[in-house]
Design a protein around this ligand. Structure first.
Ligand code: IPM
Ligand code: MG
Length: 367
């Protein structure tokens, strides 16, 4: 079988170009070892595309992404584009790609490396290994929104004026495909799935619960429990080690994945995969943002993007061994004490690295 792949690469803004460069260097070193050919074609999106073409997601980028085996993305956005119209914001590129590529399933593993446990704001916590499965193309992110003027008064007589709304809506099909995927991921892990919702208030959440308990019948070996989002946010801090796989809606997943990220020590370590139907290109990006404050300083931790490229090798290219090699190399550099400043925890044996040095360290451990 030809092991010849084409990936679309979107560097994006802020630290995006630096961390993507790191991941590409690691990928090409891995490709040499495993005899793969990975052709990386660069496309522009986000703030960079606004500056160059006046739109956050040029057609050429979308076409290029669709025609690839996978998309590797750095990060988009920054204060420079804070004042552009909402439909032209850099983030629209991300949402546009997710929607146009049908990437309904967002996998965000939050794993704590034992050596970094002191970087966690939670002291002395047991090992954390959570997989967040976030619905990515529905819910309030993509629901109907708008505003209208109302001349009615509120019940206390206050004039209403302009009324603005965003809508959370989910179809059965949207819920069941992500929930099924979460069940099968939970089955391949510790067999414990937590549905996070707000079923004490929201009708959509009650639908998630109904569908999840029905699907549970097809996965009798998986234990399903349900938590309200507010309680889940608290339990993640109180007992993070007791979670295995979490499935949740687009917005709750956005919030919980940042929280889970921080409790593992640094969001600079966390990769993600966004997947659609089998056989269509997935998109891989770090969970963190474009960190414009440290862009160009060499302080960016490239590991989240490097690990995202490992997820890409495994989930879109089917190159499990190459993926595992990158993941092992990262674990090894962490255990040998290589640290970028975000994961430095004040030990003298630490080897302080900039972005390039950390990348070189990972490359040197690839086998
Ligand atoms: C994320 C980000 C995005 C989201 C933003 C940049 C639109 O926070 O990927 O988690 O909310 O999905
Ligand atoms: Mg987010």
């Amino acid at each position: 079988m030809a092991r010849d792949y084409k990936i679309a690469v979107i560097e994006g803004d802020g630290i995006g170009p630096e961390i993507v460069d790191s991941a590409l260097r690691v990928l090409s070193a891995t490709a040499r070892i495993y005899h793969l050919t990975i052709k990386a074609v660069k496309y522009t999106a986000g703030g960079a595309a606004i500056d160059q073409f006046g739109v956050p997601l040029p057609d050429k980028t979308l076409e290029g992404a669709k025609a690839s085996d996978a998309v590797l993305l750095g990060a988009v956005g920054g204060p420079k584009w804070d004042d552009v119209a909402p439909e032209l914001r850099p983030e629209r590129a991300l949402l546009g790609l997710r929607s146009a590529l049908g990437l309904y399933s967002n996998l965000r593993p939050a794993v704590m490396y034992p050596e970094l446990s002191e970087a966690s704001p939670l002291k002395n916590t047991k090992p954390i290994d959570i997989m967040i499965v976030r619905e990515l193309t529905g819910g309030i992110y993509f629901g109907e929104r708008g505003s209208y003027d109302s001349d009615e008064d509120l019940s206390d007589g206050t004039p209403r004026g302009k009324v603005t709304f965003d809508t959370e809506s989910y179809s059965e099909g949207e819920i069941s495909r992500i929930v099924r995927q979460a069940f099968s991921i939970a089955r391949s892990r510790k067999g414990h799935l937590t549905l996070v919702d707000k079923a004490n208030v929201l009708a959509t959440s009650r639908e998630w619960r109904r569908i999840a308990s029905e699907i549970n019948a097809d996965y009798p070996d998986v234990k399903l429990d349900c938590l309200y989002i507010d309680n889940a946010a608290m339990q993640l801090i109180a007992r993070p080690y007791s979670f295995d796989t979490i499935v949740t809606s687009n917005m709750f997943g956005d919030i919980l994945s940042d929280e889970a990220g921080q409790i593992t020590g640094s969001i600079g370590m966390l990769p993600s995969a966004s997947l659609g139907k089998p056989g269509t290109p997935g998109m891989y990006e770090p969970v963190h943002g474009s960190a414009p404050d440290i862009a160009g300083t060499g302080k960016a931790n490239p590991i989240a993007t490097i690990l995202s490229s490992a997820m890409m090798l495994r989930l879109s290219l089917g190159e499990d061994k190459a993926a595992a090699s990158i993941e092992k190399a990262v674990s090894q550099v962490i255990s040998e004490g290589y640290r970028t400043t975000d994961i430095m925890i004040g030990k003298d044996y630490v080897k302080i690295c900039n972005t390039d040095q950390m990348t070189d360290a990972v490359i040197s451990k690839l086998k």
